[in-house]
Write a protein that binds this ligand. Structure first.
Ligand code: 9YT
Length: 131
């Protein structure tokens, strides 16, 4: 069994901080679960183009507000606590923070290794390159 505390993990290299978001990666590839699990905070007002070409991702909003734009259709979906989205087609998207920081629980398949940052095209490297 694996038990980890978010507050404790924030003080380790599982905590990744960037300009528009931070993330505590509670489960990574090495944990052997077949997915990774992250608690990510999107900062208020951030605008984040993303395109996970090599990963599927599901995201559940715990608190805060924001939106996601589907780049294929231009459709914009409000995100608020209780809303889930799944990028089941490696969907290119723009995630926007709202008036308050938005806290999200995220799963990646395949799992991230812990080293990933967004590349210029909005993707993370495939697992074999990031390993
Ligand atoms: C919402 C979103 O894209 N979350 C991804 C997790 C976070 N960017 C991370 O830990 O890499």
């Amino acid at each position: 069994m694996i038990v980890r505390d978010y507050g404790a993990a924030r003080d380790t290299d599982r905590h990744v901080v960037t300009e528009g978001w931070d993330s505590v990666r509670l489960l990574l590839k090495d944990d052997g679960m077949g997915f990774s699990f992250h608690i990510t905070t999107i900062f208020a007002g951030a605008e984040l183009p993303m395109h996970y070409k090599h990963h599927l991702e599901s995201v559940y909003c715990i608190s805060g507000d924001g939106s996601i734009e589907d780049c294929a259709t231009g459709e914009v979906h409000a995100i608020r606590p209780g809303v889930m989205y799944a990028l089941d087609r490696n969907d290119k998207h723009i995630l926007r923070g709202g008036d308050t920081d938005m806290v999200l629980a995220c799963c990646f398949n395949p799992p991230v290794t812990g080293r990933e940052v967004h590349r210029e095209d909005g993707s993370y490297a495939p697992v074999e390159e990031a390993a």
